[in-house]
Design a protein around this ligand. Structure first.
Ligand SMILES: NC(=O)C1=CN([C@@H]2O[C@H](COP(=O)(O)OP(=O)(O)OC[C@H]3O[C@@H](n4cnc5c(N)ncnc54)[C@H](OP(=O)(O)O)[C@@H]3O)[C@@H](O)[C@H]2O)C=CC1
Ligand SMILES: O=C(O)C1=N[C@H](C(=O)O)C[C@H](O)C1
Length: 271
């Protein structure tokens, strides 16, 4: 099979730069485009120089249409409004769209599902192997322990993160809810303040910490009568997400249009 031609959108972002580097370092793919928003000071710069990998002869542009038309896939860690717009373009171009963007709302997911009729969408709140494995473990533990084990999900991220709870915390919450055979929407408690009353049995609680340069820490706590089980993941470097995203794109190259997750990519969907 020929080299997969990939585009990075949000090229100047924390993840955008990591993605450019990961594409440049991975066999079987090549960077053919780098997109930033209109007015960005990096427009016209070489993507490789921007990411610190050396010249790649790919200039950053704010016009995705001609770039998508020449590509096989797009790597997207940007913001919800940008991601839904890029998904429509990926559908038009019938290419792979790997989505790491978090903070997506129900209306955004509806748009992504519509785009997945023509694009191969691979979306996950966390592209690392460790977190996706953790989600499988959480599902199993939640299915094994009854409601007398309270589930609380704790996350900490860097001070610049704009959404909460994190996409990963929600992914882990979904795994816990699936294990319990309940709907996360009905059972999640996303904040507590003041006289909240006692905890309802079966609730799945979320707690958010923000500060410093923390890449991403997540713990799922099962607090039962007289004991506590804690399952944790600590991301030490953003390259784990970027490498996962490139792996997802290569996996999606020969797939049919549809909506996929990182669990499909990693073969963990039946864990
Ligand atoms: N799923 C996963 O494994 C991971 C997901 N993430 C998620 O990825 C997203 C990005 O994170 P991070 O890199 O830290 O954030 P940054 O803010 O550093 O990067 C986002 C980039 O996207 C750009 N952007 C926004 N809108 C557009 C647009 N319409 N067109 C082109 N570029 C655009 C931003 O430009 P500007 O600054 O001008 O707005 C910025 O350069 C977040 O949602 C985060 O939670 C992060 C790590 C791992
Ligand atoms: O914004 C981040 O940085 C991260 N976002 C993702 C999330 O919301 O879970 C993944 C990772 O934890 C880093």
């Amino acid at each position: 099979m020929s080299e997969m031609r990939l585009v990075v959108v949000g090229a100047a972002g924390r993840m955008g730069r990591m993605l450019i580097k990961a594409v440049a370092e991975t066999e079987g793919c090549t960077l053919v485009g780098a997109i930033e928003r209109e007015g960005s000071p990096v427009l016209g710069q070489d993507a490789g120089l921007l990411a610190g990998t050396g010249l790649l002869d790919v200039d950053v542009t704010d016009d995705p249409l001609p770039v998508f038309a020449q590509a096989d896939g797009v790597l997207d860690f940007t913001a919800p409004a940008a991601t839904t717009a890029f998904a429509a373009l990926a559908a038009q171009a019938r290419i792979v769209h790997v989505i790491g963007t978090t903070g997506l709302q129900e209306a955004d997911f509806t748009k992504l599902e519509a785009a997945a009729r023509h694009a191969r969408i691979i979306q996950s709140g966390n592209m690392s192997l460790g977190v996706n494995l953790l989600a499988g473990l959480v599902r199993k533990v939640a299915a094994t322990l009854g409601e007398d084990y309270d589930i609380e999900i704790l996350e900490m991220h860097h001070r610049m993160k704009v959404d909460a709870p994190s996409g990963t915390a929600l992914l882990l919450g979904e795994a816990a809810a699936e294990g319990r055979k309940v709907s996360l929407k009905d059972r999640s408690v996303r904040s507590r303040d003041g006289h909240t009353g006692a905890r309802n049995p079966g609730d799945i609680g979320f707690a958010t910490l923000r500060g410093g340069t923390v890449v991403g820490d997540h713990s799922v706590i099962f607090a039962g009568p007289g004991e506590r089980l804690e399952l944790s993941h600590r991301a030490e470097d953003r390259s784990i997400f970027a490498r996962g995203a490139v792996k997802a794109a290569l996996w999606g190259f020969d797939k049919k249009p549809g909506y996929y997750t990182m669990a499909n990519v990693l073969g963990l969907d039946r864990l």
